[in-house]
Design a binder for this molecule. Structure first.
Ligand SMILES: Nc1ncnc2c1ncn2[C@@H]1O[C@H](COP(=O)(O)OP(=O)(O)O)[C@@H](O)[C@H]1O
Ligand SMILES: [Mg+2]
Length: 313
């Protein structure tokens, strides 16, 4: 099968002009008239290619530029410089064509009609995106194979829990079977079981429909469950782009030493076995604490990412 790039970003930069605010009443009045702007570079020279059907974790600390990148990929924002092609279209230039083939979920901000029962929102989306009856029915059948739709369909979004709303948003984003779905922090604030449901759903839809998925999240469980490849940005710059396995291999000599020092208190120590001896570390701990139990584990994805954020790679 020929692999085509679903998304191509080439040297994308996005600057925001922000007003330098001055304090107090006098300052506010001054701000009304002054043109004292500074430039914030939210995305700095980012290039990446994402293939059709990939699930890519787009990660980075708060303020790194993830949402800004997604807004450019979805045509909401125009890049300051660089070129961007999504599904063969320049998103901000052709928003109509662009939106026909993408789905978007911004966590905690529903795209759905608040006062409508979900089924009516779905019917509206069906009309807006010109989904024919058969495709619609097939998609609903596929949804039913992953989640119990009945408690959702006749509720308004307003009546839903955060988890139900997020689930509904994700279903709505996939409804017209777009080539690419962008999920910006979809699992934020959700409980463990809803997270699991949503991961299964995303994974299943990606598999069945070959949908390309770009996912931002702070939950490493999402990354472990869904992403083979991750792209990490920090302060607007891309600092990592490769598959997860590569990353774990890079940190292959790292271990997490877990020691139980109280009845139910575990301490974690990250050890690089190349430079440190586990037994030595353990002896050091024992000088000040009574160690009741210990476990040695591989480094977790979470710790790997933390290390990269700290400048470990
Ligand atoms: N509309 C805007 N105006 C000014 N600054 C913005 C705007 N949107 C985002 N920023 C700034 O750009 C940077 C990146 O923000 P964002 O893309 O939201 O990061 P992330 O999603 O990774 O948390 C931050 O410094 C943020 O304050
Ligand atoms: Mg964001």
């Amino acid at each position: 099968m020929e692999e085509r790039n679903a998304i191509e970003l080439t040297n994308i930069t996005k600057d925001f002009k922000v007003l330098n605010r001055h304090e107090g009443l006098k300052g506010s009045i001054r701000d009304l008239f002054s043109r004292d702007y500074r430039t914030v570079r939210a995305v700095d020279d980012v290039s990446m290619q994402i293939k059709e059907g990939e699930i890519v974790g787009y990660l980075g600390p708060n303020g790194a530029g993830k949402s800004t990148t997604i807004k450019m990929m979805t045509g909401v924002l125009e890049p300051t410089s660089g070129s961007i092609v999504v599904n063969g279209v320049v998103p901000y230039k052709d928003r109509v064509k662009s939106s026909a083939n993408i789905g978007v979920v911004f966590g905690q901000r529903s795209q759905l009609w608040w006062s409508l029962p979900l089924i009516e929102s779905f019917n509206l989306l069906k009309d807006i995106y010109l989904v024919d009856d058969k495709d619609y029915d097939d998609m609903m059948a596929l949804y039913r194979s992953f989640v119990d739709l009945e408690p959702l369909l006749h509720k308004t979004v307003r009546q839903m829990s955060l988890g139900q709303r997020t689930l509904s948003d994700i279903l709505a984003a996939f409804l017209h079977n777009p080539g690419i779905v962008f999920l910006d922090e979809p699992t934020i604030g959700l409980d463990v079981s809803m997270k699991a449901t949503i991961r299964e759903l995303i994974k299943g839809l990606n598999k069945e429909k070959k949908t390309t998925v770009i996912l931002t999240t702070h939950d490493m469980g999402d990354v472990d469950a869904l992403c083979e490849r991750i792209v990490i940005i920090d302060k607007g710059r891309k600092i990592y782009d490769n598959d997860i396995e590569h990353l774990k291999n890079f940190f292959g000599s790292y271990r997490t030493l877990k020691v139980r020092v109280g009845s139910d208190t575990w301490e974690e120590h990250l050890i690089d076995e190349k430079n440190e001896d586990v037994m030595e570390v353990l002896r050091e701990i024992q000088k000040t604490k009574k160690v009741r139990d210990m476990k040695l584990e591989e480094i977790s994805t979470e710790e790997v990412i933390k290390k990269i954020y700290e400048g470990g790679v």
